[in-house]
Write a protein that binds this ligand. Structure first.
Ligand code: UDP
Length: 373
């Protein structure tokens, strides 16, 4: 059978655009579709008053993988932004995140790493008397930083963010955060870090250069047509949606973004401020101009309100959902025409670099099978 396209790629976000670029570059006939009216998926940025606004939440690129770093640098000049968020806690004081000597010295009024370790270890030891194994996020968090920091900086934020108690959540979530006994406020441990100087949308636009892109075009509304024109489909939307939710819906956490422009130069003095008490309904306030030191007389800030409804952003990834995902994965393994990619296609809490790394693997798998193409 003759197909119009070798690949129709569903989703013009980071996963779809990475694969589109790689496949187009190898000479395959590629088309990218997206139901939104813009490219770049959730890393979409919009420039207003000379400020790049991260419309779907802050995206800070960080990786240890040189191949991934070299790849993104082909499409954008990255600045040297280092993420150093602060947390505003229930006591109305700010603390450095992730957990490091700046945090500990402020909380425990100490100076040396040994003193911090002593205080934290004592709390952990006390907790372990009652809880000998790590079964949930609460156990994991307290085993990392003790009860004082857990109560002040983790519990409220996490329960707001996920809409569940810390005793119901997976320990893996909190393992994302570094713990270090040095005065280093860098949120990430990775070797390479930064943000495209002219925004992610331009980065993605360069990836998609010379590739046919159709926006405002929903896969499900055009499924039969696409199945006819595409030899293969790369699907970066929700895997459960692709299979019409036959096994049930995978759970996601969403966010409502409320963005305001203010007629002042500087609102909070930092790109990201976390609100760790449940008394405040939002988790983070982002002040976009600080990501790239954008010069403007005004400023844009975004409040992030976690919610159950809305666009799927964070896979829940607990046992029930992983079991459900595995059913969809089995279905997808039996359906050679479709390849799933990205956070939604793989139902994984991928960072941007994980997405690209995974797309490299998918691309190599495709090339290894290319004689069939
Ligand atoms: N977290 C927290 N307090 C904070 C920031 C993060 O307890 O001030 C926890 C929370 O459970 C969150 C997890 O760490 O879900 C991962 O945070 P990260 O900043 O990596 O989340 P993302 O940037 O993906 O929203």
């Amino acid at each position: 059978m003759n197909y119009k396209y070798d690949f129709v790629i569903v989703g013009a976000g980071l996963a779809g655009s990475t694969l589109a670029y790689l496949l187009h570059n190898k000479g395959y006939k590629v088309k990218v579709i997206d139901k939104r009216e813009h490219i770049a998926g959730n890393c979409y940025t919009e420039n207003k008053d000379n400020i790049n606004i991260h419309v779907y939440g802050p995206h800070i690129f960080h990786t240890n993988n040189k191949e991934v770093w070299d790849f993104v640098n082909k499409f954008a000049d990255f600045n040297n932004f280092i993420n150093e968020p602060v947390a505003l806690a229930a006591d109305n004081r700010v603390y450095n995140m992730p957990f490091n000597m700046n945090t500990f010295s402020r909380i425990f009024n100490i100076v040396h790493p040994d003193e911090a370790k002593f205080r934290i270890d004592k709390e952990i030891e006390e907790y372990r008397k009652e809880h000998s194994t790590i079964e949930n996020l609460e156990d994991q968090a307290i085993n990392m930083v003790g009860t004082t920091i857990y109560e002040l900086l983790i519990k409220g934020y996490t329960e707001k963010q996920w809409g569940k108690s810390c005793t119901e959540l997976s320990p893996e979530i909190i393992k994302r955060l570094p713990l270090r006994f040095t005065y280093n406020n860098n949120y990430f441990n990775d070797k390479y870090q930064g943000i495209p100087e002219d925004g992610y949308t331009n980065m993605i636009r360069r990836m998609l250069q010379n590739i046919e892109v159709v926006l405002n075009y929903d896969y499900k509304e055009h499924e039969d047509e696409i199945l006819d024109e595409a030899k293969y489909i790369i699907y970066t939307g929700r895997i459960d949606e692709f299979f019409d939710y036959i096994h049930g819906k995978l759970e996601y956490r969403s966010l409502n973004f409320v963005t305001e422009s203010l007629d002042i130069d500087n609102f909070q003095g930092n790109a990201v401020v976390n609100y760790t008490t449940k008394k405040v309904p939002y988790t983070r306030v982002v002040e976009h101009k600080h990501f790239n030191n954008d010069k403007s007389n005004v400023t844009y800030i975004t409040y992030e309100f976690p919610s159950t409804s809305g666009d799927p952003f964070y896979p829940l990834s607990d046992k029930a959902n992983i079991d459900l995902y595995n059913k969809y994965k089995e279905a997808s393994d039996e359906y050679d025409k479709v390849i799933f990619a990205g956070r939604l296609g793989k139902y994984k809490y991928f960072d941007m670099d994980d997405v690209i790394e995974d797309c490299f693997k998918i691309f190599n798998d495709i090339l290894n099978k290319k004689e069939e193409l």
